[in-house]
Design a protein around this ligand. Structure first.
Ligand code: SF4
Ligand code: SF4
Ligand code: SF4
Length: 233
């Protein structure tokens, strides 16, 4: 605590992009460091001068420019876009996304849920075939309170999922020869059953949105496997 300042009140001033550019594992760890007086208030790159000013008002520390060594503050928000034909389905992007905004199964192309993407750009460096672009969303750089809350909730769910080591999606084998297709289809059917058994349809709107997307991906994987079987390939 700095005086009577709480971690939650500092966290509430941060954009919840969860990009780690500040050098901490996310917005809340940075808020903790500020409250413990171990971090300067000018480390939030996406937040820019507005966030430095808000942090200055709360902490009493003087305003200073955002630390240029940590990155460049952009005028508008970016959103990730996967060039899907180039995606090899390695799932590395899913593993680093702090808000679980990427859907896909092992061996299948991946796609971004644009409404969930915070624009952190962590997936770009993780992609081994460089098929992710950050494109201008033309939205204001700083999120609305509702958007920030949405990303905070998604990040908390993501951390919870990682703590319990629950995969976002079961893995479905890639397409291949006819024999492999038969096996792939059988496994895909079993994975769908397992997914539905382990993941009952959620009530929460955000989780339901993702649940439907995940189910759709698995059903598409099954369709692809079954169509491969009937190709005679
Ligand atoms: S938005 Fe990124 S740089 Fe800013 S506090 Fe959160 S994790 Fe750190
Ligand atoms: S999709 Fe990429 S840019 Fe968007 S939140 Fe996830 S890791 Fe960050
Ligand atoms: S890291 Fe790149 S290649 Fe791998 S699944 Fe994600 S987008 Fe596709």
């Amino acid at each position: 605590m700095i005086g009577r300042i709480s971690i939650a009140s500092i966290d509430a001033l941060l954009p919840q992009t969860q990009c780690t550019k500040c050098g901490y594992d996310g917005c809340r760890p940075y808020a903790e460091a500020i409250v413990q007086n171990t971090a300067e208030i000018n480390r939030c790159v996406p937040g820019g001068p507005e966030v430095v000013a808000a942090l200055s008002r709360s902490t009493g520390h003087p305003i200073q420019p955002v630390n240029p060594d940590l990155g460049t503050t952009l005028d508008t928000r970016m959103v990730a876009y996967i060039r899907e034909p180039e995606c090899i389905g390695c799932t590395k992007c899913i593993q680093v996304c702090p808000v679980d905004a990427i859907i896909g199964a092992a061996g299948f192309m991946h796609t971004i849920l644009a409404d969930d993407c915070s624009g952190c750009d962590l997936c770009v460096a993780a992609c081994p075939v460089d098929c992710i672009d950050m494109i201008d969303s033309h939205k204001p750089r700083l999120p609305s309170p509702a958007e920030a809350e949405h990303w905070r909730t998604l990040h908390e769910h993501c951390l919870e999922r990682q703590r319990h080591q629950t995969p976002l999606l079961p893995s479905v084998p890639p397409l291949g020869s006819k024999a492999k297709q038969v096996i792939a289809a059988a496994l895909a059917r079993s994975e769908i059953k397992k997914f539905l058994r382990d993941n009952p349809e959620p009530d929460h709107e955000t989780e339901r949105h993702r649940w439907l997307a995940d189910k759709h991906i698995l059903e598409e994987a099954l369709k692809q496997a079954e169509s491969g079987m009937s190709d005679g390939s």
